[in-house]
Design a protein around this ligand. Structure first.
Ligand code: NAD
Length: 256
């Protein structure tokens, strides 16, 4: 379905980003990976799906590096047809204790990076009259949780940015939507499981159960593969007129 298209997925060396990159690659899209840590493993996993893959290590907190990454993608594959703004970090603390540097980093990586990548991707998408911008927000783009001020503020911002991007391009073939996952068991969430286990003297399995019980009626983690399939749907012809949605995949979290 996506043969000949190129997808750039930020923060795709791990977790949800890698899951989405794999789902898009299975549909035939060439992939530009980004993120920290080992890139060779993820590159090999994508290449094994029979598509072309490239990697750029831009730090998404730095606009100049985002610009270099977008140029690299265009130089390598011609243009970016599908942009998945996924890179994100978390920090958990009360507002009065929240480290200023962590606030700034979360706003930069989880929110401003999506603005920068989007503004740089749009001209080529509009010229082709086809494009998909998928912002990985969170259920925290729709509701709050204590101790996550920067994350919740950034993710609500991402949902707002999604709506404006969709509206500004509503008469074109370029759509923009947000994905709002509940709990997904990636390294980002395992850290919170570990913190809970340590604080409450629980095993890993018990801490996972407590985490789910607080918010997620299904008592199940959403998987990166499931989120990848939602991204594929947004890229399909059936997604042509889905614009500005903030689509939850949250085990019932926000139905309560
Ligand atoms: P993860 O820690 O597994 O992956 C994060 C990715 O972002 C990694 O590839 C990492 O290298 C990259 N990254 C971090 N800082 C970066 C930077 N400055 N520049 C470039 N890349 C950077 O986390 P994940 O759970 O897969 O999270 C992916 C996205 O999904 C995030 O935006 C997160 O907020 C969102 N999300 C996660 C959950 C969850 O439960 N895990 C739920 C809702 C939303």
């Amino acid at each position: 379905m996506l043969q000949g298209k190129t997808a750039l997925v930020t923060g795709s060396t791990s977790g949800i980003g890698l899951g989405i990159a794999k789902s898009l690659a299975k549909q035939g899209a060439n992939i530009v990976l980004n993120g920290f840590g080992d890139a060779e493993g993820p590159k090999a996993e994508i290449a094994a799906l029979g598509v072309k893959v490239a990697y750029h290590g831009a730090d998404m907190s730095k606009p100049s590096e985002i610009e270099a990454m977008m140029k690299f993608a265009a130089d390598t594959f011609g243009r970016v047809d599908i942009l998945v703004n996924n890179a994100g970090i978390q920090h958990v603390a009360k507002i009065e204790d929240f480290p200023i540097e962590r606030w700034d980093a979360i706003i930069a990586i989880n929110l401003s990076s999506a603005f920068h990548a989007t503004r740089l991707a749009l001209p080529a998408m509009k010229a082709a009259n086809w494009g998909r911008i998928i912002n990985v927000a969170s259920i925290h783009g729709l509701v709050g949780s204590a101790d996550k001020s920067a994350y919740v503020a950034a993710k609500h911002g991402v949902v707002g940015l999604t709506k404006v991007t969709a509206l500004e391009n509503a008469t074109t073939g370029v759509t923009c939507n947000a994905i709002c996952p509940g709990w997904v068991l990636t390294p980002l969430v395992q850290k919170q499981v570990d913190a809970k286990a340590a604080a409450m003297g629980l095993s890993n399995e018990e801490a996972k159960k407590v985490l789910l019980q607080e918010k997620e009626p299904s008592m199940q983690f959403t998987t990166p593969e499931e989120l990848g399939e939602l991204a594929v749907f947004f890229c399909s012809a059936a997604g042509n007129n889905v614009r500005g949605a903030a689509w939850n995949m949250d085990g019932g979290w926000t139905a309560q």
